[in-house]
Design a protein around this ligand. Structure first.
Ligand code: C5P
Length: 222
């Protein structure tokens, strides 16, 4: 039985390493300080999807595949993700409501979760994801019954605005803390439930210490 996401620390590890040994070592080291491990193409292409089941024994796994296809293909992808032991999948919303609905329907069948990307966190991330597009995607995520959205820690004001769109019913996970310059405390204060942190944790000499640092930075706000 794979683990299910619940907020204790407010930190999610973005595990963009590419080999199994490092992935398992880092995950075991930081397990007590994070609430989930986010995996994506770098790790899964490097090791195979079987890594998900191994990691799911350590912490809940979120599959960041930014799923963006027609409903049938989306469903097939989500089925693989959940069969592999992941607790949640990250999907794109720009493909439209029918694609998103199919992902949510599949997740519900497995009693798993869908997060919808409302806006990216890198400098060019708001080029197409303009304020109004992001808000529309967030509103669609709410309507679809998704578990939450992804909003940028690099723009806490956007996190706040998107929180206003979705209300308190959906969760917000926010990447962009650390290496991309975002502040964990500002992101949580703006309304995020979890910050997602990758390179500044797994790339440090002491990943456990770095994860604890982020955890301590936000503990009084969660
Ligand atoms: O290493 P770093 O902390 O920048 O990692 C951020 C993680 O979040 C990466 O896995 C990246 O792909 C992901 N991500 C992001 N911005 C988004 C969605 C996902 O940075 N909007």
């Amino acid at each position: 039985m794979s683990k299910s996401l619940a907020r204790k620390n407010g930190v999610i590890l973005a595990l963009d390493v590419t080999d199994e040994k490092t992935a398992l070592t880092v995950s075991r080291e930081v397990a007590e300080a994070v609430d989930a491990i986010k995996i994506g193409y770098p790790l899964v292409l490097g090791t195979g999807l079987s890594i998900a089941e191994k990691l799911s024994r350590i912490a809940p796994v979120i599959a960041d595949f930014k799923v963006a296809d027609i409903p049938n293909t989306d469903r097939l992808i989500c089925e693989h993700v959940f069969d592999a032991g992941c607790d949640a999948v990250i999907v794109q919303g720009f493909t439209g409501p029918d694609s998103l609905t199919e992902c949510v329907k599949t997740a519900n069948e497995y009693q798993k979760k869908v997060f919808v990307v409302a806006e990216m966190s890198h400098p060019g991330g708001d080029h197409f994801f303009t304020d109004s597009v992001s808000k529309e995607i967030a509103a669609m995520a709410k309507k679809s019954g998704a578990f939450g959205i992804v909003a940028p820690a690099t723009r806490p004001e956007r996190v706040k605005e998107l929180r206003g769109v979705i209300g308190s019913g959906l969760k917000i996970i926010s990447p962009g803390v650390g290496a991309q310059g975002g502040s964990a405390a500002d992101t949580i204060k703006a309304g995020a439930d979890w910050v997602i942190v990758g390179r500044s944790i797994y790339g440090s000499k002491n990943p456990r210490e770095e994860a604890e640092k982020v955890k301590r930075e936000i503990e009084k706000y969660i």
